[in-house]
Design a protein around this ligand. Sequence first.
Ligand code: DAH
Length: 348
Amino acid sequence: MESKINEILAKAQSALPMAQTKNEVAAIGASITGPNGELTALMKTIPTLDKAERPAAGKLINMAKSKIEPMIAEAYERIENRQMAEALGGAPDITLPNVDAPRGTLHPLTLTIRKICSIFKRIGYTVAEATDAETEWFCFDALNTPEDHPARDAQDTLFLPRQTRFSNVPKHADELYLLRSHTSSVQIRAMLREGAPIRILAPGRAFRRDTVDATHSANFHQIECLYVDRDVKLTDLKATLDYLFKNLFGKSARTRLRPSFFPFTEPSFEVDFMSDDLGKLSGKWIEIMGCGMVDPKVIENVGLNPGEYSGFAFGLGVERVAMLEHSIDDIRHFYANDLRFLRQFSNR
Ligand code: DAH
């Protein structure tokens, strides 16, 4: 019995590593452990042995089986790996990203920007973008805010050394570059490029000299809206604002305008809105942004005729909207990069 078992083991050891296909492995396996296999045949002889010899014989056969089975599995694996490598045209590329790796999530500010852009896409707006580094002319002068205008104080920002040049920013006059203090500058770039009629939304980063606290950040995001065409009226602005806030904060949302001042709009307004779906803030007027009818001087500055064209504009703080949407109490959460915070907003 023992020598027969050793013979079977030796056969498995020599034949299995030589097998080239799964069928060959299966055939070798069947010839040993299958119903008509040699080991099975030996097993069947056990009842014919002396009673005293039976346990030892059974043990030997089981031991052989427990050695042969992993050898069969190994042979299958060897062939499968080879077939896989062949299918991949060589060895697998272990530098490929792991398909099971956890995916990142979209930042809550990105989600809010996308939501607002998609609300406006439905009424024919396109998205316009420009660089964070902007020239003084686009950021202020063209927006009717000359150098000595007090409105510049509220929008103090980082000015770059005079010799700084950015290849991706078109040159204009004797340029002094700064980090744009608002996205209103994109109005100018878009109108110079596209003329009128124009309907754009310009989301992006803005920068200001500001002391950081729960509601202020020196670096924040805005969405600028601009609509210029023949015959655009204040009622168009009001209707667009109502449309925006109903889409953001529910059907009960409504807006009101309070007179204000911005150099680039005339008349200018602060927008307040109210919604019944805002938890503790329900039913209260909430100050949200500035808006107005584009100042004729701005229309003239981009080479359009203010007698022919009129328009409206507004500038919305993205952090402010996202904080209201999600009841976030501190603007600094957006910039702390704490994944426990960030993961709560995206369903990806
Ligand atoms: N640019 C202004 C700011 O950052 C916001 C703003 C107000 C934009 C009125 C506008 C507007 O387009 O019409 O404070």
